[in-house]
Design a protein around this ligand. Structure first.
Ligand SMILES: Cc1cc2nc3c(=O)[nH]c(=O)nc-3n(C[C@H](O)[C@H](O)[C@H](O)COP(=O)(O)OP(=O)(O)OC[C@H]3O[C@@H](n4cnc5c(N)ncnc54)[C@H](O)[C@@H]3O)c2cc1C
Length: 556
């Protein structure tokens, strides 16, 4: 590795939705930029994402379709105290006003910047598809399309008829990678930042660079102007996430976006080591949005509903199984580690505010919160409630079904669709034998055959009667009686991080005394103070951080 590679004006950590824009913007402002990425390919969770990008505030596309939006309206939407979910949790009440103001002012400019850097959006009006906490007033969701870029999920380009309609993060990240590489950003793959260097911390000294681990070798990379942390959050780090919610123990091992990239909290931990504060912690535990989700695919470790890994993907050897997509939760019962049902299987996960979710809506009006019909979606809370002992965490959740369900759902419960080898799916000739077979690292107590058999037998009686007397599942439809029988992993899936490092409007990281840490910036899921699902806040904060960091005076 040459000397040139170990020093730059700006060092960006992470090549996802925040890091890639930050690197390009800083480079185009005249800075030399090194971008380090822990994984063997760029993109982070952003490239695996649905590519639904809610940038608004008056974009050219909103104007083209006659949608009246402005930075002021966006700011008001994302700070409206009166918007609550059906369970009473408010989406926007705890957002940091300065951070939201900066987002509102820079949202439309970020959108135009993405267009100018090769991102193609579906040629249609903004809508609300795929959004979470994007504001109630107007549609803002745009959809990045793949054109002919290969998809990381399949290894192949999208079908020709879908190339301008299928929304995917591949269509966001590959054009940005091209712009970065062609522009001269130096991208170092398989370089995992392990620490930040800061001089004279007590005297308010600046961050001067990072330590990196590369294939077992340690390197130091100096940053003459600034380091930008774009490390994508902390939800994959069990001990870190349990500071927010003690229930989130190790069995929640199917992080959405993994195994393409992790959210190991390395950015947060390195910044905290040099004095950084955390911010907006309520946003991570508020029961709305997608910080934790009900799985949509069963029988695989990675069951996030909107991420369909297939054998052509270059990470499929880590994924191991595509999972079985559940079309109708009437086709299974869901049981905990003991083999007992715990909730109506058709129950839903938490919801999030989006365009037109509250009708009629008047900004900041007390009636918005008052007229919401209280109707909590508590499947997740019941799944994470545990088995009544003194251990935290709900343990594995298993979908139990029979050969008839396989036929109805048109499943093929064999590899590569399910993961028998690592214990995420089991098959047996009787229910009792099935319970005995469930042995895997997260099943910390054995499932007793007689308990599972009693659960199935009672459920079959509910089907005969047409009434679920235990959990009021709407008219239970199908008995579980035809062998072979299956137990498929259906444990909740950890997803977004919505709390992280304290930043200000310029995306500068702030310490425990409220002072800026000179030379350190952060955005996206590793930054706190802004509760919104994903790509808009990440790309916009990357845009802001890159521009502001480039204005730092170089260290002499
Ligand atoms: C399956 C899925 C679907 C989604 N769909 C949508 C959607 O449709 N719309 C939406 O708005 N949001 C969506 N999201 C959320 C969105 O993708 C993320 O919020 C967004 O990508 C976060 O951007 P980020 O830059 O913070 O992190 P990421 O995009 O994850 O990038 C972080 C990068 O940093 C790297 N990194 C981490 N630590 C280190 C280190 N120590 N050293 C070097 N590199 C490091 C990681 O490997 C990763 O590449 C989705 C997420 C997933 C997983």
């Amino acid at each position: 590795m040459s000397e040139r590679r170990l020093q730059a004006d700006i060092v960006v950590v992470g090549s996802g939705a925040t890091g890639m824009p930050a690197a390009i913007v800083a480079h185009e402002a005249g800075c030399s930029v090194i971008l380090v990425e822990a994984e063997a390919d760029i993109g982070g969770h952003a490239i695996t994402s649905g590519g639904n990008v809610p940038l608004g505030g008056g974009t050219s596309t909103q104007k083209k379709f006659g949608i009246e939006d402005s930075p002021e309206l966006l700011f008001k939407d994302l700070t409206d105290w009166s918007v609550v979910e059906a369970n009473g949790f408010p989406d926007y009440r705890y957002n940091d006003r300065q951070i939201i103001r900066a987002f509102a002012e820079n949202s439309a400019p970020t959108y135009e910047w993405l267009l100018a850097h090769g991102v193609v959006f579906a040629p249609k009006a903004p809508d609300q598809r795929g959004g979470g906490a994007i504001g109630n007033s107007v549609p803002r969701e745009m959809h990045a399309v793949p054109v002919s870029w290969p998809l990381v999920q399949t290894g192949a380009p999208a079908a020709p008829e879908e190339r301008l309609s299928f929304s995917t993060g591949n269509g966001l990240m590959r054009p940005l990678e091209k712009a970065a590489r062609e522009g001269g950003v130096e991208i170092l793959l398989e370089h995992h930042m392990t620490a930040l260097h800061r001089e004279g911390r007590r005297a308010g000294g600046r961050v001067t660079g990072i330590a990196v681990e590369h294939r077992g070798e340690r390197l130091d990379i100096a940053a003459r102007r600034a380091v930008i942390l774009a490390t994508g959050g902390s939800s994959g780090n069990v001990e870190f996430r349990r500071m927010f919610d003690p229930r989130l123990t190790a069995e929640y091992c199917g992080l959405a976006g993994m195994p393409w990239s992790d959210q190991d909290a390395s950015g947060e931990l390195a910044a905290m080591d040099v004095g950084a504060a955390l911010w907006g912690l309520y946003n991570h535990v508020g029961e709305f949005g997608a910080t934790i989700t009900k799985p949509g695919r069963i029988g695989t470790q990675y069951g996030y509903v909107n991420l369909h890994w297939q054998p052509g993907s270059k990470v499929f050897h880590k994924v191991r199984a595509t999972g079985l997509r559940v079309a109708d939760w009437q086709d299974v019962i869901l049981v905990n580690m003991l083999g007992k049902r715990f909730y109506d299987e058709t129950g839903k996960q938490f919801t999030a505010n989006n365009y037109n979710m509250i009708r009629p809506y008047v900004h900041g009006h007390w009636l918005n919160a008052k007229t919401i019909k209280y109707d909590p979606n508590n499947w997740l809370n019941a799944a994470m409630a545990g088995i009544g002992d003194s251990e935290n965490g709900g343990g594995p959740i298993w979908a139990i079904f029979d050969a008839d369900a396989v036929k109805r759902e048109k499943w093929d419960p064999r590899p590569p669709y399910v993961d028998f080898a690592e214990g995420f799916c089991f098959e047996a000739g009787t229910i009792e034998e099935l319970a005995q077979k469930i042995r895997m690292k997260h099943q910390r107590v054995p499932m007793l055959p007689e308990i599972l058999a009693a659960t199935v037998s009672l459920y079959n009686n509910f089907v005969a009667d047409g009434i679920d007397s235990d959990f009021a599942k709407p008219k239970p439809l199908y008995k579980i009686e035809k062998p072979p029988f299956y137990a498929a992993w259906a444990t909740p899936v950890v997803h977004d991080t919505r709390a992280g490092l304290r930043i200000n409007a310029q995306c500068q990281v702030v310490d425990m005394k409220g002072r800026v840490i000179p030379g350190l910036y952060c955005g996206g899921e590793s930054a706190g103070g802004f509760s919104q699902h994903g790509l808009a806040r990440a790309t916009c904060q990357g845009f802001i951080a890159g521009r502001c960091a480039a204005k730092e005076n170089p260290a002499s």
